[in-house]
Write a protein that binds this ligand. Sequence first.
Ligand SMILES: Cc1cc2nc3c(=O)[nH]c(=O)nc-3n(C[C@H](O)[C@H](O)[C@H](O)COP(=O)(O)OP(=O)(O)OC[C@H]3O[C@@H](n4cnc5c(N)ncnc54)[C@H](O)[C@@H]3O)c2cc1C
Length: 335
Amino acid sequence: SPHFTVIPLALKNPNFELRTNSIVLKINLDSTRKKAVSVSYLDARGREFEQPADLIILSAYALGNVNLLLQSGIGVPYDPATGKGVVGRNYAYQCGGGATAFFDKKTILNRFMGAGALGTCMDDFNGDNYDFVKAGYIGGGGISCSNSGARPIQSHPTPHGTPRWGSDWKKAVVDNYDHAANVGNQGAVMAYRQNYLSLDPTYTDIFGRPLMRMTFDFQDNEIKQMNGQADICVKIAKEMGAIRVDRSIPPVPYSIVPYQSTHNTGGAVFGADPTTSVLNKHLQVWDVPNVFVTGACVFPQNAGKNPTGPVGALAYWAADAIKNYLKNPGPLVPS
Ligand SMILES: Cc1cc2nc3c(=O)[nH]c(=O)nc-3n(C[C@H](O)[C@H](O)[C@H](O)COP(=O)(O)OP(=O)(O)OC[C@H]3O[C@@H](n4cnc5c(N)ncnc54)[C@H](O)[C@@H]3O)c2cc1C
């Protein structure tokens, strides 16, 4: 985590100051709208400040970055009716689902032992590693059996059909605790004209700003993919010797209520053409060159893989470009 790696190093620099418990509300532009001059932020006591800046790096998570770009009027907001505009375009997510394998009571899995991302993953059915022509979908996903450390309150797998409360549910929890494992899919999601982020015309946040609105649904490719990959997970679970295998896919149409993934991507993508991307290849805003953006909002689609490695790599990539920018401030790619 940057909290233990990058920030302590940065704090050693005399010209570095960390202002915690602050929330940036907006990036302010000059009258040309092509140069950022400051950010407006609130401190923990709710006092508003304007911090002048020569260079601004937006790194407020994929969704937060898009929100701040929209709130600040940086880049043209995407319009799904015309297909024009860029900010909010290409919002993508990930496909889940898979199989739960239930074993006999002699099979003890010690699922309470684990770590954040501990597991075994295979990419045989991910990306271009597999010919999906017969399956009828593209993208695929990583298939994994993970053990993040089964928390007693959160993790209590029960077979499909078990009542959701009451003594039968309790019995099923006791019978299956530590005898069940998940074989799951983490699938790609393509970019679609109809999936996007925008400012809500009705609802506002506590500061009176429009809330950011997410318009998203799984499309045919993703529905086929979730089903196809779940079938593969079922086969694997059976091979593992399970006495019962339950298959599952996420709710279709998409519902934000059950936890599925927090791998949100897109909305401020990088690319070669300013009419279809917010950022050039150096993660520099085409329209306002003294603003750079890091985070998974820069991904044009979402792969069947965890995002944070590429997010970190692209941050280093942008940092290198910023070193050049500082020698000669201006657009690093002509538009
Ligand atoms: C529950 C969960 C599990 C995850 N598991 C995995 C995983 O296993 N593997 C994986 O690759 N990825 C995982 N992710 C995704 C991963 O956390 C993100 O990809 C990664 O943190 C993105 O890095 P970032 O720097 O863009 O944003 P963040 O790490 O979210 O950092 C953004 C920072 O900006 C601050 N901020 C936001 N808005 C403002 C504002 N307006 N003003 C001031 N500060 C602001 C936030 O407080 C935060 O400190 C998971 C995410 C969640 C939530």
